[in-house]
Design a protein around this ligand. Structure first.
Ligand code: ACO
Length: 326
């Protein structure tokens, strides 16, 4: 059994910043409400010409640079996204073309905000099984493109961005110690983009009824998130043969500061052991954890030999955790 870990990270964020003040002019909301209920202060928004694959490619180039790999060394590309450029070809195939990574298998996976942790598990297993050696896993979103900018219940929460990581065999004992994933499709109704697929194909009516936008029952998602962040963390620790005391640093999905604080409390971690960037970016869905991972790594917050816990939850409903010895 191989030790598989992260050998490079990268991120890409659109330049345009949309502040809470800007949103006050668009919907009936205010900076105080958004900050106190969510912890979000601003978010990035892609321009008309920027699609998810553009951000994904930029983050991937940086991750490759960071790991010292060339595009032709990559033999697997997985993009996790709910905002692909189009239904097909996959965003991963577009990234493969952009990078010139001609030897890579490429496909997308969709597990909403848990997508990056799901991608990590798939890539780990493919490397473990001998299907790949050098994997590029990317979480990338342009959620602004599926946002109803007249719905204050959702438009204040999300942002655009992408993060990437290179996964390879690493020194024995380091790298991924365990990953656990979960899903509960029976509760999937609380978070969805209803139209654009085979259930409700695009039509004048679907557009008129605003069915191509994110629809969410915030309270239900909130309750689920608080419960599952704790549960999923404990599961991955158990699987890895570790305890709460063994967690040195937490990189949670960045959806709401109150959800993050609840998870940190459960893990008995002080704020300085928890990476937080949602005040700058909001919820980046699948992009959330890899962007935070890249920033934490570049800021020197991830220390060799320490145990880093990644915890995600999202649409599906889905969840996942990964414990990594850095
Ligand atoms: N500005 C001002 N008021 C608002 C806003 C806003 N942007 N949004 C909602 N309100 C109002 C509501 O209408 C409600 O008013 P009412 O009492 O008159 O009906 C009031 O504020 C309180 O609403 P609550 O829903 O009770 O507010 P709460 O404190 O629960 O916060 C929130 C809502 C922030 C959405 C919270 O429930 C949450 O964060 N949920 C999780 C969302 C999430 O993480 N989603 C992403 C999942 S990941 C993925 O896969 C994409």
């Amino acid at each position: 059994i191989k030790s598989i870990g992260i050998t490079g990270t990268g991120k890409a964020l659109p330049e345009k910043i949309l502040t809470n003040k800007d949103l006050e002019a668009m919907v009936d909301t205010n900076d105080e409400w958004i900050r106190s209920r969510t912890g979000i202060g601003s978010r990035r928004v892609a321009d008309e010409d920027t699609a998810t694959s553009d951000l994904a490619t930029e983050s991937a180039v940086k991750a490759l640079e960071d790991s010292g790999l060339a595009p032709e060394d990559v033999d697997l590309i997985i993009v996790a996204t709910v905002t692909p450029d189009m239904a097909f070809p996959s965003t991963a195939c577009i990234v493969q073309k952009n990078l010139g990574a001609s030897k890579a298998i490429a496909f997308d996976i969709e597990a909403a905000c848990s997508g990056f942790v799901y991608a990590m598990s798939v890539a780990e297993n493919m490397i473990q099984g001998g299907m790949a050696k050098n994997a590029l896993i990317i979480g990338a979103e342009t959620l602004s493109k599926i946002m109803n900018w007249e719905d204050r219940n959702t438009c204040v929460l999300f942002g655009d961005g992408a993060g990437a990581a290179v996964l390879q065999e690493v020194e024995e004992g380091y790298g991924i110690q365990g990953i656990t994933l979960g899903a509960n499709g029976a509760k999937g109704e609380v978070l969805k983009q209803p139209a654009g697929g085979s259930r409700i194909p695009a039509s004048h009516e679907s557009v008129e009824n605003k069915l191509h936008y994110i629809a969410m029952d915030g309270n239900e998602v909130f309750k689920f998130a608080v419960r599952i962040m704790g549960q999923s963390s404990l599961e991955v620790l158990k699987k890895s043969g570790r305890d709460i005391e063994d967690v040195d640093f937490l990189i949670p999905h960045q959806a709401n500061i109150r959800i993050i604080d609840a998870a940190a409390k459960r893990l008995k971690l002080p704020r300085d052991k928890v990476y937080i960037n949602l005040h700058k970016y909001g919820n980046l869905s699948a992009g959330s954890i890899p962007v935070a991972l890249d920033e934490a790594a570049k800021e020197g917050k991830l220390i060799r030999g320490e145990n880093i816990l990644l915890v995600a939850f999202g649409g599906g409903l889905t969840w996942g955790s990964s414990l990594i010895k850095w």
